[in-house]
Design a protein around this ligand. Structure first.
Ligand code: F6R
Length: 609
């Protein structure tokens, strides 16, 4: 939520900040702004709406002189997405500017205290209160850094903050608490950002800031201090492997389409180094897990699409891995005082590694003495750093707000985990492992025609206002994911349901205007789903059925639209069904003219509760 970029160096800061904001726009995009020092004043330019509105304002003026500045793209928490609430915000005297990602929970109390001292506020935000508080603290503090630290010590909640001030030209201060913030170290210049892609064209050398740390940057010089007592903290610089190409559209119309089509490559990357050919067949290597005992129970905790990946994987972890597995939505898990027994392990799944509820679930599990496995995409993210063991999902940067390839990579990792624990429990499934190894080539061959089929169906069903997605077993999880993708991208109401639950209520909704997308893949539950489809047809419901060939033949289902996917082992059919569902939602949203990569009201990384 919200994207932050800061720059101090030798280049013109404003164009660089805007360019960085474009790469962070997926984190929030309801308003944006920049601040920099010019002609002895802190200049702030901001605009409501997409970044193009800010660019239009900036074009009216020449801002080429400043070489230090910061920018922000907002996802509203406190206050409407209007210009006055856009960041940066200034202190009362206009000498300090900050950008902020997170929520200051005690802002009301702090605001009242400042109002009593004569402060006046121009916005409805918690961020402006923090800016004023720093200014107020500066009156008594011996230095700017002390004032910054004092104010932050009084702020409760989550924050990543960057500050510039007139009294220290060319300097940026930054601090974080439960919200992502990293520093990029270039040649003669430094960057601060919520995420690596913001400064990827300039450097891949990164310092990961921890909670309770404060950074001071001036061009090439940087230092990290403890927020508690301003003592120096030793930090190392990590080199990240991502390149710019991975974070660019690469000729596709949208990042989402690129990311869907990349899934064969993602599967290959996830498998690389994790499978060894041995005398008696292939073997899964997950060395990261070797040091942990086999869990007596695994609790999977995640949000959104990552939760759906966990739900998809539970059946494999139990069936193939022989590990009893529970599943929780992170925002529920963290508040229900879960029972975690000795020997049980929590696994959190998160693409970003920064989702506030998932991170809180991880911390709770560790507090309760449980080992935590983090299944995570973003290298160096909070979850990756705080988990006892990290399994990186190797999907590469996922820019589109709707998650696609990350789920595919999470599914590969869970399938590997199931096989790995199966091995440790004395069970092997060579057919499944060989099937996984063949997947990239088979999926790459199938994707182009899947896209065409998705486009045809989107055209046919684009006027629908509601959809059911039905499935059983692993397809229940995929039905939830299909419905989630359709609603977030096209704003069409969609419900994912366990097909067997339909007759317990939801079937009342079926009529010719309420189509059903049924996942009737080639697995042990096919006949059951077929019966559920008949029940929908008997009530004049329109049906798209996602099916698979069996022994070269298409299943006999008399529905309006059959979408036939390549044959596969039942355990792996999800790797074909998932992109089909993603492509259907993508084509639907594109056909309806929706903002595919940045759907309304959403943010990529949900760093607030
Ligand atoms: C849906 C989507 C979200 C995320 C959820 C968890 O397309 O992107 O539902 O899956 O916010 O995010 P991570 O995986 O980063 O924890």
């Amino acid at each position: 939520m919200c994207g932050i970029i800061g720059y101090s160096g030798h280049r013109p800061a404003v164009p660089l900040l805007v360019e960085g904001l474009h790469r962070l726009e997926y984190r929030g995009y309801d308003s944006s702004g920049v601040a920099f020092e010019q002609a002895g004043r802190l200049q702030v330019v901001k605009a409501a709406g997409k970044l193009s509105a800010l660019e239009a304002k900036l074009e009216e003026n020449a801002y080429m002189l400043a070489t230090t500045g910061m920018g922000h793209t907002r996802w509203a928490t406190h206050g409407l997405p209007v210009e006055k609430n856009a960041h940066p915000h200034l202190s009362q005297d206009g000498r300090i500017a900050i950008v902020h990602n997170g929520i200051i929970e005690n802002f009301q109390e702090l605001k009242e205290e400042l109002l009593a001292k004569g402060h006046t506020f121009l916005s409805d935000t918690d961020t402006e209160v923090l800016a004023h508080l720093i200014g107020e603290e500066r009156k008594a503090a011996p230095s700017l850094r002390e004032a910054f630290a004092r104010a932050l010590r009084r702020a409760h909640g989550a924050y990543a903050v960057v500050m510039i001030a007139l009294e220290e030209p060319g300097v940026m201060y930054a601090a974080r608490m439960s919200a992502p913030l990293l520093m990029g170290v270039g040649v003669g210049e430094c960057f601060l950002a919520s995420d690596i892609p913001a400064f990827l064209p300039y450097t891949r050398d990164v310092v990961f800031l921890e909670d309770g740390e404060l950074a001071r940057i001036k061009g090439p010089k940087w230092e990290v201090l403890s927020l508690a007592d301003l003592s120096p903290v030793k930090k190392s610089v990590s080199h990240v492997p991502w390149d710019m190409q991975a974070a660019a559209k690469g000729g596709y119309k949208h990042f989402m389409l690129k990311e869907i089509m990349e899934q064969p490559r993602v599967i290959t990357d996830c498998l690389t180094g994790r499978v060894a050919e041995e005398k008696d067949g292939p073997r899964v290597l997950l060395h990261e897990l070797d040091a942990l005992p086999v869990p007596s129970r695994l609790h999977i905790v995640a949000c959104g699409t990552s939760y759906n990946a966990g739900l998809w994987g539970r059946q494999l972890l139990e069936g193939v891995g022989r590990i009893p597995t529970d599943l929780d939505i992170a925002s529920e898990f963290r508040y229900r005082d879960p029972m975690l027994l000795p020997g049980e392990v929590v696994m959190v799944i998160s693409q970003s590694g920064e989702t506030a509820d998932t991170l809180a679930a991880l911390r709770l599990a560790r507090e309760k003495g449980c080992k935590v496995i983090g299944l995570c995409n973003v290298v160096g993210s909070s979850i990756a750093r705080e988990a006892d063991v990290v399994l990186y999902t190797q999907a590469g940067p996922e820019i589109s707000v709707a998650s696609t390839k990350a789920m595919c990579s999470q599914m590969v990792l869970i399938a590997l985990m199931a096989l790995y624990y199966g091995q440790r429990n004395g069970v092997t499934d060579n057919a499944m492992l060989r099937g996984l190894l063949e997947l990239p080539e088979r999926l790459a061959a199938a994707l182009p025609s899947m896209q065409e089929r998705a486009a045809q169906l989107a055209l046919r069903f684009a006027s629908s206002r509601s959809f059911f997605y039905l499935g059983r077993g692993q397809c229940h999880a995929l039905a939830l994911e299909g419905a989630l993708k359709l609603k977030e991208l096209s704003y069409i109401h969609a419900e994912g349901y366990a097909a067997g639950e339909m007759k317990h209520g939801p079937i009342a909704l079926i009529d010719p205007q309420f189509p059903t997308f049924a996942l009737a893949l080639d697995d042990a539950l096919f006949a059951k789903v077929k019966s559920n489809i008949q029940e929908v047809l008997a009530r004049q419901g329109r049906v798209i059925a996602l099916v698979q060939e069996r022994e070269g033949r298409t299943p006999d289902l008399q529905v309006e639209e059959l979408w036939v996917l390549p044959a596969s082992l039942p355990a792996l059919s999800g790797f074909f069904a998932l992109p089909a569902l993603q492509l259907f939602s993508y084509q639907m949203a594109d056909y309806l003219g929706k903002d595919v990569d940045q759907p309304r009201n959403l943010a990529k990384s949900v760093t607030v509760e």
